[in-house]
Design a protein around this ligand. Structure first.
Ligand SMILES: Nc1ncnc2c1ncn2[C@@H]1O[C@H](COP(=O)(O)OP(=O)(O)O)[C@@H](O)[C@H]1O
Ligand SMILES: [Mg+2]
Length: 362
């Protein structure tokens, strides 16, 4: 079989740009070179696309705080040419390569939220992971939670602050409704950016202000006591769930520092040391949550598990971390799917969805 030209997109106009670069190396390393011709395109922090060296596309690659996209001379665009998607040089009509598939390894805004998926759809190119609508819903913690509530899945109670009611927020009445401490977070963000745990009025006000730096909509949530457990989902119409993993944080919550910077910040326990029936409930609920938002391809679904073994769905990540130590690939590895085969499945699922779409009369 002819090799597919596969573009791995890394970086992105997102607060999670750096993490994406690290995930990108793991994906490029693990992709099967016998099946795919790999091209790496780096999206810089202003949103411009650059053709990168496949082996070396960042400087300071081992330091999540200092890692930066390497300089490239070739600015590119994705563009249809005679009805086929191509990577073209930005200035002029020079074709670089026909694109058979795009693998966006982009986390957070402008990557995981439907924006890029819209670009892929507009260019009629097959791509990995969740489609436009489910990406946008999965990114929005308010909309996704309302769909899960509708599906009867337990979630933390929350109120939404937006530009219309921001000035009228009353700390006391919110505490009356949701208790204390409270979690304040932007509706659309990730990697714990802008997430705060607060237990007094002053901290609440500061947290609201900070969260509004990242989004026009902010969630205020009841705090759930329990451990954090995560489950990986893979598939289109008949998604499968992995074993369940647990995060054992050493700080007050699973903050940005704990996720990526502090080496002692958190430990993963895979599989989680929980009763089989609880694990089964989490797996089934993860699949239901994935389907409820219209998921296809892959997602990581995150829960709280209370001491009494009841579960609360926290969030879905439609493009979860893909570094070699990330939960998503590790959960599949523990379920008997190695990283290279996992990526192959994700590509196959994306191609299948693409072929189904091609048949529709649109
Ligand atoms: N309602 C909550 N109760 C308890 N802990 C929470 C709650 N919401 C968030 N957290 C903590 O904050 C972390 C980040 O919040 P999360 O909603 O998962 O946002 P992100 O998309 O940035 O990961 C969680 O992993 C958890 O440690
Ligand atoms: Mg999270």
């Amino acid at each position: 079989m002819a090799k597919l030209n596969l573009v791995v997109l890394v970086g992105g106009k997102s607060p999670e740009h750096n993490i994406s670069l690290i995930s990108g190396y793991s994906v490029v390393n693990a992709l099967n070179k016998e099946k795919y011709n790999i091209l790496v395109v780096g999206i810089d922090k202003t949103g411009q696309w650059w053709l990168q060296d496949t082996e070396h596309f960042s400087d300071h690659r081992d330091d999540p705080q200092r890692i930066v996209l390497s300089k490239s001379d070739t600015r590119v665009v994705l563009s249809p040419y005679r009805n086929k998607p191509y990577l073209m040089q930005h200035n002029g009509n020079t074709k670089i390569a026909k694109v058979d598939f795009v693998f966006p390894v982009l986390h957070g805004a402008n990557g995981e939220d439907g924006v890029m998926q819209g670009v892929f759809r507009a260019n009629n190119v097959a791509f990995a992971g969740v489609d436009l609508m489910a990406s946008a819903i999965g990114m929005d913690k308010d909309v996704s939670k309302r769909l899960w509530r509708d599906a009867g899945i337990p979630i933390a109670d929350f109120v939404v602050a937006d530009l219309s009611n921001r000035k009228q927020l009353r700390y006391r009445s919110i505490v009356k409704k949701l208790g204390s401490p409270l979690f304040v977070k932007p509706a659309n963000a990730g990697s714990s950016v802008g997430v705060h745990k607060v237990s007094d009025k002053e901290a609440f006000t500061t947290a609201i202000e900070d969260a509004f730096k990242f989004d026009k909509k902010v969630l205020i949530e009841e705090a759930i006591q329990g451990i954090e457990v995560e489950c990986a989902v893979l598939g289109n119409e008949n998604p499968q769930a992995s074993v369940v993993g647990a995060i054992i944080p050493t700080e007050t919550f699973y903050s940005y520092e704990a996720k990526y910077i502090s080496s002692t910040g958190a430990k993963l326990m895979i599989p989680a040391d929980i009763p089989d029936e609880v694990s089964e409930l989490i797996r089934q609920t993860a699949i239901r949550a994935f389907k409820a938002i219209g998921g296809e391809g892959l997602s990581r679904v995150d829960f709280f598990l209370r001491p009494n073994n009841s579960i609360v769905l926290n969030e879905i990540n439609t493009l979860p971390g893909f570094t070699s130590i990330s939960m998503y690939p590790k959960l599949w590895e523990a379920s008997g799917v190695n990283y290279t085969d996992l990526l192959d499945s994700i590509v196959q699922l994306g191609l299948k969805r693409y072929r189904q779409l091609q048949k529709l009369m649109i």
